[in-house]
Design a protein around this ligand. Structure first.
Ligand code: SF4
Length: 342
């Protein structure tokens, strides 16, 4: 079957599903992979004739969002989650024991073009970087070795950092632990489609950050963009310092429910003699935030996806400070030096 440039290893998936012998299953795809959903369902049906297949129509952005409640409601005995790996920062792990989950990352099969590698070398030389750390989303981790070999042959000492819960060089939008654990690098190279992961890597390391796009071959130094974002985030944190009443917004997607983080925030706010209200929601848009907002609340902290306050809520649209948990910890503990997402 045609799944373009991604490797879903479907024969292996068929055998894993067969081993669990479910009567019905859920297929969950990020939006970018939804175009493959019918073809994959047809492929599976060929081999698993008696298995009922449900396809989730909802958006899913990470391994933090597994359709456990939906599987229980539909009576599905297995979830196949495409595009991501198990969420490395899960605090509420027991929910994942309720329905088995098979993760199918879908790695990109194409190599990076020679021209994009030459542009990358040019950008690294331009900023005087000699020890870049190479990272990417799970789809592109195989390209990291190609970059490392290319750069090493040209006298640039590139490394691929790793954290225990992810593949070598893998990052996710809220977990840059490979870059936090590794100390010996002077710049970051991120292989990814959009800017989301490159900006995140830049924010968390504060090092020169270059993005290489495997779909367009474009190579860009995003360091100045990251500095602008960081400046805005520090300005938002500054405005939240005087907040007396906080709204803590709890996420209810599987990995986005963070009971340990929530408890730590509650006790910090309480110990400072301030007040808080607890809200919860599965998703959080600017309209949902406006709907819950009350004059007596001075600032919000979003404990679901830490990228929501940075990427989705602009201060032009909502003027009260809205922080990530890490930012709220920085403000409440008075530890402003090292930027934190979580
Ligand atoms: S950045 Fe947000 S959507 Fe992505 S894995 Fe983290 S919590 Fe989930």
């Amino acid at each position: 079957m045609e799944t373009l440039d991604y490797d879903f290893n479907l024969p292996d998936l068929v055998s894993k599903i067969s081993n669990l012998n479910p009567k019905s299953i859920i297929l969950q795809f990020p939006d970018g992979f939804k175009l493959f959903s019918i073809a994959i369902a047809d492929y599976l049906k060929n081999y698993l004739k008696d298995v009922k297949i449900y396809i989730s129509a909802e958006s899913t952005w990470g391994g933090c969002d597994i359709a456990i409640e939906e599987a229980k409601m539909l009576g599905a005995e297995l979830i196949v989650h495409f595009g991501h790996t198990p969420y490395s920062l899960a605090e509420y792990k027991s929910i994942l024991e309720k329905v088995p989950v098979i993760y199918v990352p879908g790695k990109f099969k194409k190599e990076l073009s020679k021209s994009s590698l030459i542009s990358l070398l040019f950008e690294l030389n331009k900023i005087g970087a000699s020890k870049p750390a190479l990272v990417s989303t799970i789809q592109h981790v195989d390209a990291l070795k190609q970059i490392r070999d290319f750069l090493n042959e040209r006298g640039i000492s590139a490394t691929i950092p790793k954290s225990p819960l992810m593949e070598e060089g893998q990052i996710v939008g809220c977990d840059y632990s490979p870059l936090i654990n590794e100390k010996n690098y002077d710049s970051v190279v991120v292989v990814s489609g959009g800017y989301f992961h490159a900006f995140g890597a830049g924010l968390m390391t504060m090092k020169p950050t270059i993005k290489i796009d495997p779909y367009t071959d474009k190579v860009e130094n995003v360091t100045e963009n990251v500095k602008k974002i960081l400046k805005k985030r520090y300005a938002t944190m500054e405005r939240s310092k005087s907040a007396e009443v906080w709204g803590i917004i709890i996420g209810t997607r599987t990995g986005q429910y963070r009971p340990i983080t929530i408890r730590a925030l509650e006790s910090l706010i309480k110990n400072k003699g301030k007040k808080y209200y607890l809200f919860f929601s599965k998703s959080l848009t600017i309209n949902e935030l406006r709907n819950i907002d009350q004059p007596k609340i001075d600032a919000y902290v979003v404990t679901s996806c830490p990228r929501i306050p940075i990427d989705d809520i602009s201060e032009k649209e909502f003027e009260k400070p809205v922080l990530t948990p890490g930012e709220a910890f920085m403000v409440l503990k008075g530890e402003l030096e090292r930027y934190r997402l979580l």
